[in-house]
Ligand binder design. Structure first.
Ligand SMILES: Nc1ncnc2c1ncn2[C@@H]1O[C@H](COP(=O)(O)OP(=O)(O)OP(=O)(O)O)[C@@H](O)[C@H]1O
Length: 306
């Protein structure tokens, strides 16, 4: 299966800031790919490069088999990078008409995209009267005008209230059905977990991991509440990686080992008040991955400071 987006060793430097530092990223046809990372991680910069808005400092980037920004590639890509810009005094419909004229898109397609983003009823109202959620949905409508194979959305739920976020999530999931490929960025783990098929995690300009969301969700760990905790923690390390979460210990073991873990603790005189398997939250995995990177980063920061 040929990748729609293939990024390898991508870097972008702004003066002394290395915003993107050797990113590798692959988006496959038909998937919803979540580009996840905290603020300032380099997501927007990467997406701007993919849409041809800015040039990379180095690395190779292929989008739909071509170079970003190439006419043939642009015609098959729809994007919403940062807040979409529209004329506030024009209606949503007229804003789309202007864009459609420029892109050579039919009136019928405008109606279709307005339906898709659930704005048909409010299409004739001025853009300035729209809620933030409606403004964002109009941005998605604009991205869909050319019926693109690839849709790139930068933080599409940013700033929305819970209802607006839910509508946007539904819309993106709908886009993903029917063969369209979506690449979206987000700093919200739960959101990526709910919408995406695969996730690439970026931190401080570097890709930390690229995973299938189902696989991540499927990972299980044993939750243990025991006293004294320190003693329990020492014994649990025999079974696997142990970390503390609130006042419980979490250990990555096979579910078949749970009984043995229990016996070991009880025989050592430890009081076990809770013991059950749970799915690991993407959030835990994310923090684990970014924490692993932290010592390396602080070493670099020290070098920078001199
Ligand atoms: N035009 C620019 N000039 C200088 N530095 C920039 C520029 N754009 C981004 N940066 C810096 O590059 C780094 C990555 O920024 P970027 O906007 O790509 O991150 P992000 O992951 O999209 O975060 P956010 O969600 O906060 O936008 C940051 O340190 C940012 O300050």
């Amino acid at each position: 299966m040929d990748a729609l987006v293939e990024v390898s060793g991508l870097t972008k430097r702004y003066g002394d800031t290395l915003a993107v530092d050797g990113v590798d990223l692959t988006v496959l046809p038909g998937e919803i790919y979540g580009f996840l990372g905290p603020n300032g991680a380099g997501k927007t910069t990467t997406l701007r490069i993919l849409t041809g808005l800015i040039a990379p400092s180095s690395g190779s980037v292929r989008v739909l088999g071509g170079r970003p920004g190439e006419a043939g590639v642009l015609g098959r890509t729809g994007s919403m990078i940062e807040s979409p810009a529209f004329y506030p005094y024009l209606s949503g419909l007229d804003n789309l008409r202007l864009l459609a004229e420029y892109a050579g898109v039919s009136r019928q397609r405008i109606d279709e995209v307005l339906e898709l983003v659930d704005l048909a009823d409010r299409a004739k109202d001025r853009f300035s009267t729209y809620s933030l959620g409606m403004k964002q949905r109009l941005g998605v409508a604009a991205a869909l005008l050319k019926d693109p194979e690839l849709v790139i959305l930068d933080e599409p739920t940013n700033g929305l209230d819970p209802a607006g976020m839910r509508d946007m999530r539904r819309l993106i999931r709908d886009l993903g059905t029917g063969g369209r490929t979506v690449l979206l960025s987000s700093h919200l783990l739960g959101e990526v977990q709910q919408i995406c098929d695969r996730v690439g995690i970026i931190n401080a300009g570097r890709m930390v991991a690229e995973h299938n969301v189902d696989e991540l969700r499927g990972e299980q760990e044993l939750v243990v509440r025991a006293t004294p905790r320190e003693h329990a923690q020492r014994l649990l390390t025999r079974f696997g990686n142990v970390h503390q979460y609130d006042d419980t210990l979490r250990v990555q073991v096979d579910p078949a080992q749970a009984a043995e873990v229990n016996r070991t603790l009880v025989e050592a005189g430890i009081e076990v008040s809770e013991l059950h398997m749970t799915e690991r939250a993407l959030e835990d995995i994310f923090f684990e991955l970014t924490a692993e990177l932290a010592p390396e980063l602080s070493a670099e920061e020290k070098t920078d400071v001199g």
